[in-house]
Design a protein around this ligand. Sequence first.
Ligand code: SF4
Length: 468
Amino acid sequence: MAPHEFCGVVGVSLPGRGAAPYLYRGLRALQHRGQESAGIATSSHGKLHTRKGMGLVHEVFTAESLGSLRGSLGIGHVRYSTTGGSGIENAQPLALKLREEDAALAHNGDLVNFERVRRRLQAQGVEFLGSADSETMAQMISVEYARTRDLEAAIRRARHELIGGYAVVLVVGHRVIAFRDPLGIRPLVLGELDGGHCVASESVAVELMGGRLLRDVAPGEIVTLERNGEVRTSPGATNGETAHCMFEWVYFSRPDSVAEGQPIYNARTRIGERLAREAPATADLVIPVPDSSRPQALGFSSVSGIPYAEGLIKNRFVERTFILPDQKRREEEVRVKLHPVPGIIQGKRVVLIDDSIVRGTTLREIVAMVRAAGAVQVDVRIGCPPIVAPCYFGVDMKERRELVAAGRTEEEVAKVVGADSVHYLSIAGLVDALSMKAERLCLGCLTARYPVEVPVERQRFQKSLEEF
Ligand code: SF4
């Protein structure tokens, strides 16, 4: 089972309409990207209204609190912390001053070098309230804006200095500004919405707000949603290289989203088809680990001819297992969250399909419960190549020693998770299934070569897959 989601952002400008109900709907569509805290900041006549809290979107906002968020433009955020603590002080949007104007910023992703930049800003007398890297970005933009008096120039300058993967929304005065890191590691899309425009981490949020997807925001591009509903864009000074996070297609994005022109559901189905060709199995049933592995399992089933079955049922009312403090309780929680269907599994040889393996602890529990339900053979097929290196760009995989595939063969991983066999999709197979060139993707956690400079890691922008 894959790592925890990171964050989701949304921004709207809707002349003559209240922004808050749209932002609320957009955030609910992005709830899978962060369930720790949620927040909305709107702007009305240059005055900022902010509400944020711990919990799910519908727990944080009431009809009354949404009514108090006045203004036709604003931004929203759902968070799962990858840097900084998980307290309310790090919930977003973060308030900041841009010269004399009130502003708020929300951010998805991680900055690799934020501690160094933060120390430099502190040495200049800038005070910090929380520990999240978003605050470093906010302060950096604020300092640069005070110096240059040109907000776009300030953003470009901050972007030059801040290394990492990020998508940012900012509301200030009478506009919403959105931008993406120069390689487009983290996703951001632009949509048309009720006479105005919107941006969001995923296309599904645009559609569930009632809008229409226009396109992806280009890597490095700065998009400004004006109060009158028009959009201004400023292309990024990039060399055309991109490094889109492959995990968006493997696991993070909702299956009903489209990223970089590639529908997520179709990519996942192709992953399953490719997996069945690369790592066939002799079995009676193909069973997905719900929910995110269903398209992969359907693809595997269609190519292998092995019947697909819903052998594991997910309890939809158990969420947020990650907040449980210790591993034992997390493992117990897996058993509450997923339950096998004995009538389906009893006496069968099962191919269990999962989207990815990070630590392997959840999968071990699942394999054990499938065996306990009567499976006579459990072969595991994984729709992602082995994750052997940390992510530094906003995904909760920080330690090599936690990664079950780091330094282990497939046979050794099978022993760890208690399966009869484990096979992963190859990197070439993944790239092929995503219908994108390898050099357009970030594959850092699979290859230990990163698209930007990361201390103690090797940097190499992959030009081919030959050596992987
Ligand atoms: S290192 Fe892996 S998870 Fe992190 S951005 Fe790159 S592909 Fe995505």
